[in-house]
Design a protein around this ligand. Structure first.
Ligand SMILES: [Zn+2]
Length: 87
């Protein structure tokens, strides 16, 4: 096990840990995109925050557009700069 966070599914950027988050009534760990695209809810432990983040479905762009319906995600904020992965 590692405490590495997967890159942001929206921008491919780094993800990091935070504490407290938006909900200051609780002091938990959360994990989210450093560019603010998405953030996990507050979790009790860092590991939980990591699990939540790494488990979240990734909106992969598949070659065939009709192969999968876009997953409705409330936290799928429009990214200011959509970067295409060209690798
Ligand atoms: Zn991002």
């Amino acid at each position: 096990m590692t405490d590495k966070l997967l890159p942001c599914p929206f921008c491919g950027g780094k993800a990091g840990y935070g504490r407290g988050g938006a909900d200051f009534s609780r002091h938990g760990w959360n994990a989210g995109c450093v560019n603010g695209h998405a953030v996990s809810p507050d979790m009790e432990t860092k590991a939980e925050a990591r699990e939540w983040w790494n488990r979240r479905p990734k909106p992969r762009r598949s070659p065939s557009p009709q192969s999968r319906e876009a997953t409705p995600q409330s936290d799928a904020l429009p990214s200011p700069q959509q970067r295409e992965e060209s690798r």
